[in-house]
Design a protein around this ligand. Structure first.
Ligand code: HPA
Length: 269
């Protein structure tokens, strides 16, 4: 496994010349447009990368974009891998480990989710303050000690300083932020009404099908994480979850999310 990660990183380095990313970004549903704002240095399709799975979900492109944004060198994943697509957790999280080998010092993640906090509205941005994992843990199996410890600490999983920076920046930019706990389930079904109520009862504010595996693997490697979720539907209302709605709401909230991410990246130490 470690050898595969290193081989893939070596392949990518061979395409990058001197360029090394400092920040990794995972672009979620509907937020692919962010990629257009990156001054690209090198773009590599997942299908060209040895060891990379290939993305299958509609609306998700599959490529790594290396370039500059907010005065920083970044690598953005345009299209992520979901457990519900049938990939193993090792495959879902493989790109994050490769990005770490390439030298990223921060991970920014975005996703779409269903609001279960009844004060949330469709189109809101929720800063992820914590998560509840209802998927298999990606660290099950032999520990890759070179990457991190057997029993990683999950306090401060979503970096408090980055959250504080987001609050400051959102105030300056006039962007309204919600804050909350992301509950990661396997999908691909949206939740039943009883499941949304259950997620709320256990302390969740939003329900989604991604992000948690990537964040766990990043924290295993001690990489600070910042995550934002677009609330694309409200689980406890009578409306029905629908993939197209999710995509549409994701695009609408995209502009706010882009501004927030760019200013956050500019402000990194
Ligand atoms: N549940 C799970 N994942 C989601 C939802 C939802 O309601 N909306 C967008 N992604």
């Amino acid at each position: 496994m470690l050898e595969e990660i290193k081989n893939t990183a070596a392949f990518i380095r061979s395409r990058l010349g001197e360029f090394r990313p400092e920040v990794g970004i995972v672009l979620g549903t509907g937020l692919g447009d962010f990629a257009d704002r990156i001054a690209a240095h090198t773009i590599i399709d997942y299908k060209e990368i040895p060891g990379f799975p290939v993305s299958t979900v509609e609306g998700h492109k599959g490529r790594l974009i290396f370039g500059e944004i907010g005065g920083r060198r970044v690598v953005a994943m345009q299209g992520r891998f979901h457990y519900y697509e049938g990939y193993t957790m090792q495959q879902v999280t493989f790109p994050i480990r490769v990005m770490q080998q390439l030298g990223i010092r921060y991970l920014f993640v975005s996703n779409a989710s269903g609001g279960i906090n009844t004060s949330f509205r469709t189109g809101d941005l929720m800063v992820i303050t914590d998560h509840i994992n209802l998927m298999p843990n990606p660290l099950i199996g032999p520990n890759l000690a070179e990457l991190g410890p057997r029993f990683p600490d999950m306090h401060n999983c979503y970096d408090r300083e980055l959250i504080a920076a987001a609050t400051r920046i959102a105030e300056e930019e006039g962007i309204k932020l919600q804050y909350g706990v992301y509950v990661g389930g396997t999908g691909p079904t949206f939740e039943t009404q009883a499941e949304y109520r259950y997620f709320k009862a256990i302390g969740g504010d939003a329900a989604g099908m991604s992000t948690v595996p990537e964040v766990i693997v990043a924290r295993h490697m001690s990489i600070p994480v910042f995550g934002v979720s677009v609330i694309t539907n409200c689980g406890l209302s009578d409306e029905v979850g629908d993939h197209e709605d999710v995509q549409r709401q994701g695009r609408k909230a995209g502009a706010k999310m882009q501004t927030l991410f760019i200013r956050m990246i500019e402000n990194l130490k």
